[in-house]
Design a protein around this ligand. Sequence first.
Ligand code: VG1
Ligand code: CO
Length: 543
Amino acid sequence: MKPVMISCCPIDDQKPGTSGLRKKTRVFMQPGYLENFVQSVFNAIGGAEGKTFVVGGDGRFFNAQAIQTILKMAAANGAAKIIVGQNGLLSTPSASHLIRLNKTDGGLILSASHNPGGPDEDFGVKFNTSNGGPAAEQVTDAIYEQTRELSRYFILPAGDVDLSQTGQKLMGDMKIEVIDPVVDYLALMETLFDFDKIRALFASGFTIRFDAMHAVTGPYAKAVLEETLGAPAGSVLNPIPLEDFGGGHPDPNPTWARTLMDLMMSDKAPDFGAASDGDGDRNMVVGKGIYVTPSDSLAVLAANAHLAPGYKAGLTGVARSMPTSTASDRVAAKLGIECFETPTGWKFFGNLLDADRATICGEESAGTGSNHVREKDGLWAVLLWLNILAERGQSVEEIMLEHWQTYGRDYYSRHDYEAVPSDAAADLISALRDRLPNLPGHSFQGMNVSNADEFSYSDPIDGSISKNQGLRIIFKGGARAVLRLSGTGTEGATLRIYLEQYAPPDTDLTMNTQDALGAVKRAIADISQLESFVGRSEPDVVT
Ligand code: VG1
Ligand code: CO
């Protein structure tokens, strides 16, 4: 069978965002649209000839069809082998692991992560390089350039491959290995955590509810938590991946994981609650009656990681994205290790992890991970929490209180304004950018600005510079507001306002978060003229 060359026209809207290319599913389903991007990936990395890739996705609508197209294109471009998850399923962290384990040339992950799925919702494609991590900006820039000049792509006119059974297949000359998505991932987790201790914890009556939100972590969580660690059947909620995630947003935050939140705040709450997102890289952690902000979770995991076998030797450093609270910086200082502040998006942690400068990384958007893979990893975070709970024998609430009494507490919340007209959002940012130099020394709603700038990152490993990564306004008295526009949305703009207020250990550590942030919220609304640009003063999503 011979590859067919198809003439096509360049497409100008395929610039990868924070995490790959995300569009409405129907945009991806247009003839040639996915093909254009996939061929551009192959071209940007010097061709697919003789290479091996991992391919899988979160099972959302169009996943199965897109995988068949990618297989046929990889075969036509001369790829030697593709490792693909059974039924096309792979969580993002397990794809990252498989890329590393099998020393492949990279992988294509099909997901729009926490965005809803279905014919009228979102789809996405992400390219990860041979270190297992999301392609760095230099690579995504090269892909984008290709998409805008492409004139032809290659595809094998082969029939679809049956991905429902594991085993070896052939497509033309290309090998296809269909694997169980869970096996290698589970084996990796066993090397990091004390499974016996966690098993004993469950055997002692400790209860958990893990909401897989009808997304890809269902099969992983069932295999790990229920079948391996002995959590009773039914501990994993919504375990079956559905093409439309049952109509929900597979986004583990207090707004979209409402059912779990309500349960955790009720008198029927289990000891531990957790949820994960569409592609399994995010996690939400909730104790009985207490929500743990992702920024705090990162800090607690960093402070206690040495209790798990995989991190017994200690951490080399901790990295967080800029909008993430500074809670983990204080842990790093106490441990005497480096801490790093990177732009939003996991791709910026890759160099630090590869160079062993950071062991644990995290983002305020419910992403935590370590050097075991090059992606954030939802189930990994849950297992590290369980290992810590098993070792310390305390509740989540007790652990949080002790942590705050030691390090102080960062009251933290993100306010999202969704579907804002793109022009209005851009105007707000540019007007605020212009005002930044004049803010320090002035007071707004009783809050005094001490510093204001636009974040720009210089990568300590390769020296690359990433500009325009968010506006930060720092106030006297330990408050901070950060504003940036989302790079993962598919409709209009999403304005993210990140609010933070530090409370030292000897102050009130048990305030209501939104109350504690009231002053900084009012100050930033005033400074940014929020209502006059956006026409609203209350957010759509509060995390
Ligand atoms: C969001 C989050 C960011 C995260 C990214 C991808 O990006 O803020 O922290 O890395 O999603 O996560 P943005 O540009 O919309 O703020 V996922 O779980 O979509 O792979
Ligand atoms: Co995700």
